[in-house]
Write a protein that binds this ligand. Structure first.
Ligand SMILES: Cc1cc2ncn([C@H]3O[C@H](COP(=O)(O)O)[C@@H](O)[C@H]3O)c2cc1C
Ligand SMILES: O=C(O)c1cccnc1
Length: 345
């Protein structure tokens, strides 16, 4: 199998121009809805229609997987939490489940690489991923299988009516590969990308920085080959997420990005399918330092800056109501003519 994405087409320019013009005739001072206006224009361009259609099926896919590097003291929590949290997502008790009920989104959890001998669903690529500071996360074939899984998930969801997608992560240790991917593709040093993740103490921070340094040495020689970079330095969950983010663009479906883990998958997805980033909006800026580097690399500006550092898609779900509002404003606000309101003097 060789992974190839078709060229990504940009969002529709005519719909974008129409949306800009429409904002000029709605009953408000020109530009007064600020970034909500830009956001609505982006939605119209993604949908290729103005006014845009209000979203009916926002969908969150949580990619769950374990990471061998978590055995080396880089997280404040043990790996068994990953599988336990999968059960929690299924029961509706995780943060993202609760946020999603308010946002009107639904959540699906996919066991891509949880380190357990049972599998929730039939998507498991492998049990855990290799400890990237000393070995490859995946074989190339496994990386390709994971990317294909992400692709298929988009096809399933879009064919099932999803009109905006959110990727979330669940995997103890996953901020370490995320930091490595971001450092590798942005040319950053370990100390610039390392963060506290779930809350590691100072000794854990030092172990994590050393693991990132060692993993980065293994990542740098392969940065020009995104599939190999995923095999060497990510994990099956992150590779699936990269395939998902690239395929969403191919399927002309807008995505709200979450935090540092999704951000890491996104910078690799942009390498797999150049131009995919035009189909993504950044939901928030995570407290993890590497996230800002990833967003800057993608020229994306976060909607929220709320000190969230959870993952699960939580920051993207928190931002979704803004995207929904931006869309409805263009779809439902009255025009000066329609409402009999005088325009500028
Ligand atoms: C109970 C719990 C729920 C979570 N939900 C998301 N994460 C997040 O924290 C982990 C990443 O941080 P690190 O790299 O430090 O392990 C991932 O599991 C991520 O999804 C959680 C972590 C925990 C403990
Ligand atoms: O930004 C994130 O996605 C994040 C931050 C800390 C822990 N887990 C995820």
């Amino acid at each position: 199998m060789t992974i190839e994405f078709p060229p990504v087409e940009p969002p529709n320019e005519d719909a974008r121009r129409e949306a800009v013009a429409r904002h000029g005739v709605l009953t408000k001072p020109a530009g007064s809805l600020g970034k909500l206006e830009e956001l609505g224009v982006w939605v119209a361009a993604c949908q290729g229609v103005c006014p845009p259609r209000p979203f009916t099926r926002p969908r969150v896919i949580v990619f769950a997987g374990d990471h061998g590097v978590a055995q080396h003291g880089v997280s404040a929590y043990p790996s068994e939490v990953t599988g336990q949290m999968v059960a929690n997502f299924l029961a509706g008790g995780a943060a993202v489940n609760v946020l999603a009920t308010v946002a009107g989104a639904t959540v699906r959890v996919v066991d891509v690489s949880v380190d357990s001998d049972t599998s929730v669903g039939d998507s498991k690529v492998r049990r855990g991923s290799g400890s990237i500071d000393r070995e490859d996360a995946l074989t190339r074939a496994e990386a390709e299988q994971a990317i294909e899984l992400g692709r298929k998930l988009v096809d399933d969801e879009v064919d099932g009516g999803a009109d905006v997608l959110i990727a979330g992560d669940m995997g103890i240790g996953n901020t370490t590969p995320s930091a490595v991917l971001i450092a590798a593709l942005t040319g950053s040093e370990p100390v610039a990308v390392v963060g506290r993740g779930t809350g590691v103490d100072d000794r854990g921070w030092m172990r994590k920085t050393a693991a990132i340094r060692d993993a980065l040495r293994r990542a740098r020689p392969v940065i020009s080959d995104p599939v190999q970079l995923l095999a060497t330095s990510s994990g099956a969950d992150i590779a699936a997420m990269a395939g998902f983010l690239a395929q969403a663009a191919v399927r002309r479906t807008p995505v709200i990005l979450d935090g540092v883990v999704v951000g890491a998958a996104a910078i690799v997805a942009e390498e797999l399918a150049p131009g995919a980033r035009e189909w993504w909006v950044a939901g928030h800026k995570s407290a993890e330092p590497a996230h800002a580097l990833a967003l800057n690399h993608l020229s994306l500006e976060p909607l929220l800056d709320f000190d969230l550092r959870l993952g699960e898609g939580s920051g993207a779900v928190a931002a979704f109501p803004l995207v929904a509002m931006a869309t409805k404003v263009l779809a439902e606000m009255a025009t000066f003519d329609g409402a009999g309101v005088s325009g500028p003097a």
